[in-house]
Design a protein around this ligand. Structure first.
Ligand SMILES: [Zn+2]
Length: 543
């Protein structure tokens, strides 16, 4: 499916206000453009489905098989831009029985059709490939490991590097298939756990067994996952939602204890946003040898079966040790990242800023507002403010880690700006429901929030997302008159944001802008005059 907001040429330029203060992005290379641009040979078609049908040989670290790619032409054309890492061999690409010609340019594969494909028509090609994929990136993309007992343990996690590191697809964020079949043949005795609903397994009679999975919703390429190992399965239900858990036999007891947190997590997120997004596919947690990843309906888990993040207090304020960070964070992506997806990596804060905010919603649901605010404020120490959290578009750019930390602090700020919790909860729910199963850009988020609240939140979104610095509330006291002058110092032209000031037990909301205004301090001196910096992520200067 294609995203709601066009990431075509018109959307490539950033708003003019951002252009003046944002540092120049590193110049995109030809390879960045090849990987990240939604060019003509990608834009001329709309994905319908994939059927990835492969065999994985653990001993040879070898994959072979095909992806059947169904798509609808949006324009007449005779060329498609697909992707497959150059370490893998293309065996053949067929349209029916016709072998198609193709050209490779690093990871790009340009498939040429002998006749024009017509706009509005649906086509399917079979893309056969084989080879030894390379391990690259934070989690290796695809790794051929062994579990502690010596059985093969093969897992994929390829968000950063792209799914085309191990299988052929249209490797970009703009367009998703509407559904997908995943068939994986592995040596009999091993199991493959992939995304979607388990359809069945078939003994192929040659020492291999094929595991078939069906994804019944749109899915990001990088969410498509293999987890091949000597897994044990146990199951549960939350209402009609099947919960399926997979762990190594030696970890089964620990998994049964720790994975029990999944129910409370799903209940919390359902409370705020509505039904779990992938009901027909179910929810799975699968043990893996790396920390974890939000693979759609098949969340992978490697957090040592302990609370916190890799046994640490993640935000350092004593709240994180109450829950398993990987279960809470990676599963939050089912709502933001997997159901609501960004249409370009540049706007990945829609995944990470939102999901980090979901952590605090979980805390609020479980332990109340004060603990949520404490948890959120714990993230301040992690923010670096080195560059804007929205990166250059169309070049497969990775935003800085601030997209997580500044993202949660910004959304908490926005709640204070809306200043009406009933409205805020309704807005979060309706925003999610409106955009679920779509690929969107920040402009879509801002337009929805502006319309819903009747406020002009655009300068606030821009300041936090498109500039490096956060706004500073400048205060100038005149103690002889008992007044304070206040204004915002911000990069964004026309920046205005109400803020709570004065006495902490009875905050007063002032409509601060970039122009000086004056208020009485009601007897509070320079040291006692407070600013609600737990509710707004801002700097304050006093003189
Ligand atoms: Zn995340």
């Amino acid at each position: 499916m294609v995203c709601a907001f066009g990431v075509g040429a018109a959307a490539q330029s950033s708003p003019s206000s951002a252009a003046t203060s944002a540092p120049a992005a590193p110049k995109a290379t030809r390879l960045d453009l090849l990987r990240g641009a939604y060019g003509e040979d990608r834009a001329n078609n709309d994905l319908i489905s994939y059927h990835l049908d492969i065999r994985v040989d653990p001993e040879k670290k070898y994959i072979s098989g095909k992806n059947t790619i169904r798509f609808k032409m949006l324009k007449d054309g005779n060329r498609l831009h697909l992707d497959l890492n150059e370490a893998l061999k293309i065996d053949r690409i067929l349209l029916g029985t016709t072998a198609l010609k193709y050209e490779r340019d690093s990871g790009a594969v340009f498939v040429n059709f002998p006749e024009t494909l017509n706009a509005g028509q649906t086509y399917a090609i079979d893309f056969y490939y084989s080879g030894n994929p390379v391990e690259i990136g934070r989690f290796g993309s695809i790794t051929f490991k062994r579990d502690p007992a010596g059985h093969p343990w093969i897992n994929t996690a390829c968000e950063e590097t792209g799914a085309s590191m191990w299988w052929p697809n249209k490797d970009q964020w703009h367009d998703e298939v509407e559904n997908m079949e995943i068939s994986v043949a592995v040596p009999s005795g091993l199991m493959d756990v992939s995304n979607g609903k388990f359809i069945g397994k078939t003994d192929l009679g040659d020492g291999y067994t094929r595991w078939d999975w069906k994804v019944q919703y749109p899915i990001n390429n990088y969410d498509v996952s293999l987890n091949i190992g000597n897994y044990e399965h146990f199951g549960d239900k939350l209402g009609d939602l099947p919960l399926d858990f997979y762990a190594l036999p030696e970890d089964l007891d620990k998994a049964k204890r720790q994975f029990a947190q999944a129910k409370g997590m799903i209940e919390a997120y359902q409370h705020y946003f509505g039904e779990y997004p992938f009901m027909k596919d179910g929810y799975k947690l699968i043990e893996v040898p790396y920390s974890g990843m939000e693979h759609q309906s098949a969340v992978t888990y490697g957090n040592h079966f302990a609370n916190g993040y890799l046994e640490r207090d993640w935000t350092g304020v004593g709240i994180s040790p109450r829950f398993d960070f990987i279960i809470i964070h990676e599963s939050g992506h089912e709502w933001f990242g997997n159901a609501v997806s960004a249409a370009d990596r540049s706007d990945m804060w829609i995944h990470e800023g939102w999901t980090t905010y979901l952590e605090s919603l979980y805390v609020e649901y479980m332990w109340g507002h004060d603990d949520a605010i404490k948890y959120i404020s714990g993230y301040k120490a992690k923010v670096k403010d080195e560059r804007p959290i929205i990166s250059a578009r169309g070049v497969n750019a990775t935003p800085p880690q601030d997209q997580y930390f500044k993202g949660i602090l910004f959304l908490n700020t926005l709640r204070s700006v809306v200043n009406d919790d009933a409205k805020w909860w309704a807005l979060l729910h309706d925003f999610y429901q409106h955009f679920k199963y779509q690929n969107i850009m920040t402009e879509d988020v801002v337009a929805y929030f502006n319309t819903y609240t009747g406020m002009n939140l655009t300068p606030i979104f821009n300041q936090y997302l498109r500039h490096t610095a956060i706004p500073t509330l400048e205060l100038k006291f005149d103690e002889s008159k008992g007044t304070v002058a206040y204004r915002w110092k911000a990069d964004e032209v026309g920046f205005a944001m109400p803020v709570r000031v004065g006495a902490a037990d009875k905050w007063q909301i002032v409509d601060a802008t970039t122009k000086w205004k004056t208020m009485a301090t009601a007897g509070l001196g320079k040291k006692d005059f407070g600013v609600a910096t737990d509710l707004y992520y801002i700097d304050v200067s006093r003189e």
